[in-house]
Design a protein. Structure first.
Length: 230
């Protein structure tokens, strides 16, 4: 019976990890750190970075999909104290990321991932002075996350919030300004002239000149997944 159980376990793990070129088995019997034949990471991973050249080591845990970080990732120092909780989409930071010292939380960041498979993406941008009003903005894919939303800075010793920052598509906003400026670092987005409710079907789209040129050039062609076809 014991021999049969051992053979069954070996067969089970062999089938489970048939697509993994390399992997690890935890003390609980879980499969982690799967690397496929093409070198892509997938599934649950635990990555240990040792101290080097004065930099402190750390451990991070999360999931890879198609060799890109996805969902919630957690980072700890080598003593097990939390250092960060980050969220990812398409391998890019997306949503809330929180960072800690041994004393407590240090800052909370808000990010927006832009779909890297498309040349342009459309985002609903909320007016920081009126949460019920939005503007649809078309942005060019840059292959990176954009600072987008509320950032909070804390005193880790007391937990007191020191300041709050409001970001829209990588642009730091002035809450006292009468009108917000929506523009990326390359000035490819024009200034907004109005904000309308998200439920308004006639919400104005702000189209940068690159998009207009792209549409004009490919007029009459079918666009599938961001690519033009005949």
């Amino acid at each position: 019976m014991r021999l049969l159980f051992t053979l069954f376990s070996i067969l089970f793990y062999t089938c489970l990890n048939a697509q993994c070129k390399t992997f690890k088995i935890t003390s609980k019997g879980d499969t982690i750190n799967c690397t496929e034949a093409n070198g892509a990471k997938r599934g649950k991973w635990k990555i240990e970075i040792p101290p080097i050249r004065g930099e402190r080591g750390y451990i991070e845990e999360g999931v890879f999909i198609n060799d890109k970080k996805e969902g919630t990732w957690r980072r700890f120092n080598l003593l097990g104290d939390p250092m960060a909780i980050e969220n990812y989409k398409w391998g890019l930071k997306n949503g809330i990321s929180s960072y800690y010292t041994i004393q407590g939380i240090e800052r909370e960041e808000s990010w927006k991932a832009i779909d890297p498979s498309k040349p342009y993406d459309t985002i609903d941008v909320q007016d920081i002075n009126n949460p019920n009003m939005y503007e649809k903005v078309i942005v060019k894919t840059t292959g990176a996350s954009l600072k987008h939303g509320t950032w909070k800075i804390f005193d880790p010793y007391t937990g007191q919030k020191l300041r709050t920052e409001h970001w829209i598509l990588d642009v730091l906003q002035d809450p006292n300004a009468k009108k917000e400026t929506l523009a990326d670092s390359s000035d490819s987005l024009p200034n907004t002239s109005s904000l309308r409710t998200k439920s308004d079907t006639a919400t104005k789209k702000i189209i940068p000149k690159e998009v207009l040129e792209f549409q004009k050039k490919n007029k009459g062609k079918k666009i599938v997944d961001g690519k033009t076809g005949g």
